[in-house]
Write a protein that binds this ligand. Structure first.
Ligand SMILES: C[S@@+](CC[C@H](N)C(=O)[O-])C[C@H]1O[C@@H](n2cnc3c(N)ncnc32)[C@H](O)[C@@H]1O
Length: 255
């Protein structure tokens, strides 16, 4: 007969093995988040208020983990109550410089050690250019500001050139591309999602047979990969060269 103590010991041993971990992963309800440091921080937050969709947290960790405990510059558009800036400070560690941008003057009071606040309108391209000059290259940009199409596109266009090679630009709350209140609508050419679809073409300009309409540009030369999630697109920046291919090994049959 299995006693409570026996059951506890079996669970304990299961937890410690790779098989046990696989079983527990399988038993997790569909859509539940795998444990990750940001979800843990978020669920236990005692600091300033944070507002995030829950499935974003493992996505952040997946793409941001290599930058933890490094001297990175992290720029977030959309400060709100200041909680996400505190979360980034905790996550990236004591060497990180965290910059938050918001249009709301009240946010100016939310600066603290490692956290700088800049007040301005992300729809104003001159503001964005001045900000870029002031803060220099950015390792990680999180776009969580006003969420209108013009704001998202202006921020992406002005800041992509300012992301450090090897850095990441993460656009979030892209569901607004489907919400009329934000300028969205299915297949509306002005939406960020339609803009992003064109970026997929631009990434593939190396293979264009039609230079009149699709030509290699600075984006083609710097986009390593776009990762599309529900509401989020992550853009990896790198020094990208023309793709090459070759054959290796012994043929299995004549051509
Ligand atoms: C979704 S909240 C940010 C949430 C915060 N990052 C968090 O995770 O808790 C969006 C913020 O964007 C700001 N915002 C709205 N329009 C803006 C604009 N044009 N320029 C800059 N910030 C703007 C709002 O004032 C608001 O604080």
């Amino acid at each position: 007969m299995t006693t409570a103590a026996n059951r506890a010991s079996i669970t304990q041993r299961l937890k410690a093995t790779a098989v046990g971990r696989a079983v527990r992963r399988k038993l997790r309800p569909a859509g539940a988040m795998p444990p990750n440091p940001l979800s843990t921080y978020f669920e236990n937050n005692q600091g300033r208020l944070i507002h995030k969709w829950l499935h974003y947290l493992p996505i952040y960790d997946r793409h941001f983990a290599p930058y933890r405990d490094k001297p990175v510059t992290v720029l977030e558009f959309g400060v709100n109550q200041g909680g996400s800036l505190q979360m980034w400070k905790h996550y990236f560690g004591p060497g990180a410089r965290i910059i938050g941008v918001d249009i709301d003057q009240r946010c100016a009071a939310l600066g603290e050690e490692q956290i700088e606040i800049v007040i301005g309108d992300q729809e104003d391209r001159q503001f964005l250019r001045d900000l870029g000059e002031k803060i220099g290259e950015v390792d990680i940009l999180i776009e969580d500001g006003g969420h209108t199409m013009t704001q998202q596109i202006a921020t992406f266009e002005e800041f992509w050139p300012r992301i450090r090679t090897g850095g990441v630009l993460l656009m979030e709350d892209l569901q607004t591309s489907y919400w009329p209140k934000y300028g969205g609508g299915h297949k509306k050419p002005e939406t960020f999602i339609e803009f992003a679809k064109n970026l997929i073409d631009q990434q593939h300009a190396w293979h264009s047979r039609d230079p009149e309409s699709l030509e290699i540009d600075d984006y083609t030369r710097t986009i390593a990969g776009m990762h599309v999630y529900s509401g989020i697109i992550v853009f990896d920046k790198a020094d990208v060269r023309r793709p090459t291919n070759k054959k290796v090994g012994t043929p299995s049959f004549p051509k």
